[in-house]
Design a protein around this ligand. Sequence first.
Ligand SMILES: [Zn+2]
Length: 125
Amino acid sequence: MNKSEDEWKATLTEEQYRILRQKNTEQAFTGHLLNNKQHGVYTCAGCGNPLFLSETKFDSGSGWPSFYDSIDDTHIGKVTDKSWGMIRTEVECASCGGHLGHLFDDGPAPTGLRYCINSASISFE
Ligand SMILES: [Zn+2]
């Protein structure tokens, strides 16, 4: 999926654009999906690509929605991020390239992974 930056600006909110397209991070504990415990699917806010199932969401205490597994590894792109003097794994939507958050290896069983995701990057269905 290839949209121009102007097209993205027209379809996303300012906050979504800042995070999905410019790789910013929302303030901890402010996201609207942080405490969502409903049963369903989390999709990319940019393109609707299914990313996470509610069953894999857990309370990490970090202030961002956290998941221990993706719905399908091919739906998520992983990129080495060396910004801010740290080496982290950035996760992005494999379909539209939108920035989702970061992946850490301190999550719970069974995967031991923690996908730390911005609320603004995802929609809930
Ligand atoms: Zn997407």
